[in-house]
Design a protein around this ligand. Structure first.
Ligand SMILES: Nc1ncnc2c1ncn2[C@@H]1O[C@H](COP(=O)(O)OP(=O)(O)OP(=O)(O)O)[C@@H](O)[C@H]1O
Ligand SMILES: [Mg+2]
Length: 275
C-alpha cells in the first residue's frame, strides 16, 4: 500500500535559505512516526511545509499520493490532513465547545468522536480555552484536529510546556486513535524516550539533516549515542544504555545543540480535567 505521506528529497526554509535539506520520510496508514531532533533542527519547518504553510524549495511532498505543490493550505483538513501546531493556535476567548464546533463546521466533521478520546474535556465545554491548563489546551488542540477525521495527523511538540507525566498520559491516546482509525501520525517530539515508547518508527533531524532513521527499536538502541552527540547534556531522554559506537558514524557534521528545558510544569490533575 502506498504511503500516506512521502517526503522526497525535500529542501525547505525561509528567505531562500534551506533549513531542511534532502529530507526523505514516509508515514504509512496505522503507524506513528516520530520526528526527533534538538531545537532548530527543522522539525516544525517540515510540518509547516507539509501543510502548505511554507513553500517547498526543492524536492516534493506527496500526501495521499498527490503532490502538495499548488494545493492551498486551507484545503488540507478537508483532504484528511490535520496539523496540531506547535503553539496549539486555539481561539482563547472562545469556549472549548465553540473551538470544537468551529473546527467541526469547517471540516464538516464529527465532534462527538473527537471528544470521546478526551472525556476530560466534557466538563470543560463551557470554559474559555484561555482558562484551561496546558494539558487541557493540548487535549483541546488534539480533539479539534480530530473533528476532521484525519487520515494523516501531524502533531508538533505535544509536550511543549507540559510535565512529562502529562505527556505520558496523552501519548497513548495517539496510539488509540491510530489503532481505531487506521490514520498515520507524524509526531514531533523533543522527549525522545516518550516518543519512542509510542512510535513505530523514528527519524532524527539535526541542523536540517536527517542523521538517523529506523524502527523505534533501532533508534532506541542508538538513543544514548544520538542524544549525547546531538541533543546536548541534560536532554530529557530517559535513555540509560551505554553509547553505541555505530550510532556515532554520522556525528562528524554536527555538535549537540542544547535541548529546550521543560516549560512550566502542568498540574498533575490536568489530564483528568478536574478543574
Ligand atoms: N519564520 C522564520 N524565518 C526565518 N527562519 C526561521 C523561521 N522559522 C524558523 N526559522 C529557522 O529555521 C530553523 C529550523 O526551525 P524549526 O522551527 O523548524 O526548528 P524545530 O526543529 O522545530 O525547533 P524547536 O524544537 O525549537 O521547535 C531554525 O534555525 C530557525 O531559527
Ligand atoms: Mg519546532
Amino acid at each position: 500500500m502506498s504511503a500516506l505521506l512521502e517526503i522526497d528529497g525535500l529542501y525547505s526554509g525561509y528567505a531562500g535559505v534551506a533549513m531542511v535539506r534532502d529530507l526523505n520520510l514516509t508515514v504509512h496508514a496505522g503507524e506513528i512516526v516520530a520526528l526527533l531532533g534538538p531545537n532548530g533542527a527543522g522539525k516544525t519547518t517540515t510540518l509547516l511545509t507539509t501543510s502548505g504553510l511554507n513553500p517547498v524549495m526543492k524536492g516534493d511532498i506527496r500526501v495521499f499520493g498527490r503532490s502538495i505543490r499548488g494545493r492551498p493550505a486551507h484545503r488540507a483538513p478537508r483532504e484528511g490532513l490535520a496539523h496540531v501546531l506547535e503553539d496549539r493556535s486555539l481561539f482563547y476567548q472562545l469556549t472549548v465547545a465553540e473551538n470544537l464546533r468551529l473546527a467541526a463546521a469547517r471540516s464538516r466533521g464529527d465532534l462527538d468522536q473527537a471528544l470521546s478520546y478526551f472525556p476530560a474535556l466534557e466538563p470543560l465545554l463551557g470554559r474559555r480555552a484561555g482558562l484551561l491548563s496546558g494539558g487541557e489546551q493540548q487535549m483541546l488542540a488534539m480533539a479539534r484536529a480530530l473533528t476532521s477525521k484525519p487520515r494523516l495527523l501531524m502533531v508538533d511538540e505535544m509536550s511543549l510546556g507540559l510535565a512529562p507525566v502529562i505527556v505520558e498520559r496523552l501519548l497513548p491516546v495517539l496510539r488509540r486513535i491510530v489503532d481505531d482509525t487506521g490514520a498515520g501520525v507524524l509526531l514531533v517530539e523533543q522527549h525522545v524516550h516518550l516518543a519512542l515508547e509510542v512510535a513505530d518508527r523514528a527519524a532524527v533531524l539535526v541542523h536540517g539533516d536527517l542523521v538517523a532513521s529506523g524502527t523505534t527499536a533501532e533508534i532506541a538502541g542508538r538513543a544514548a549515542a544520538l542524544e549525547s552527540t546531538y541533543f546536548g547534556a541534560g536532554a530529557e531522554t530517559g535513555a540509560e544504555t551505554a553509547p553505541d559506537t555505530e550510532a556515532v558514524i554520522d556525528a562528524d557534521a554536527h555538535t549537540g545543540a542544547g535541548a529546550r528545558p521543560d516549560g512550566p510544569e502542568a498540574d498533575l490533575d490536568d489530564v483528568e480535567g478536574s478543574r
